[in-house]
Design a protein around this ligand. Sequence first.
Ligand code: C5P
Length: 224
Amino acid sequence: MADHLVVVIDGPAGAGKSTVAKMAAKRLGFAFMDTGAMYRALTVKALRAKLNLEDEQALIKLAEVTHIDLVNEAGKPLKVTLDGEDVSETIRSTDVTNNTFYIARTPGVRHVMLEWQRRMGREQSMVGDGRDLGTVVFPDAAYKFYLDADFDIRCQRRIDELKAKGQPVDEQALKADLAERDHKDFTRKAGPLKKADDAIIIDSTSMSIDEVVDLIVRRVQSKA
Ligand code: C5P
């Protein structure tokens, strides 16, 4: 390994991980690995196939015959492909968001994802964001961050994001969904959201995105 640097950012939904990881990757000249997008893409395929999402064996089989790619192109948003199809927009729908936990809680599926993610980490320097990257997937990552923010702030950021896209927002439903996702992420048996002992905690409650990115980039550059 060695000549590639892996930087991981774990934390709860809505803490700003993806935005921060993407910007930090760009500034460092690294690839960006959005692991949530991978779980979401597999959810799209399972929903389309009308699989019983409680059927673990069916989900594992599906993962084994699926090809998910994260395409990093300079100056463009991350492209997520599912068996060659661009699903970058589809994976953000509420239906997909609310069903991803079936995929994420299945140990056999997490194992397949882990193999994909480790392969990407061997091929290039990257900044990845997720839930279990620092604890399970890359326990030896060069840099580990745990990005958190108060629940109300995380909700507000999601609300602002949707409003900026011109989408209708049911604020009460959004808060309930986020609370439920937190609960599921923290309590599932396989790959729960957990701060790695050696991760640096960043509480972004009163920080701007740029401040968080700066902190991460400076930390990596100071030791690289
Ligand atoms: O980060 P994002 O909200 O896109 O992730 C979607 C879902 O995928 C999360 O709710 C989480 O349950 C799951 N996930 C995971 N492990 C990761 C990344 C995401 O279980 N490394």
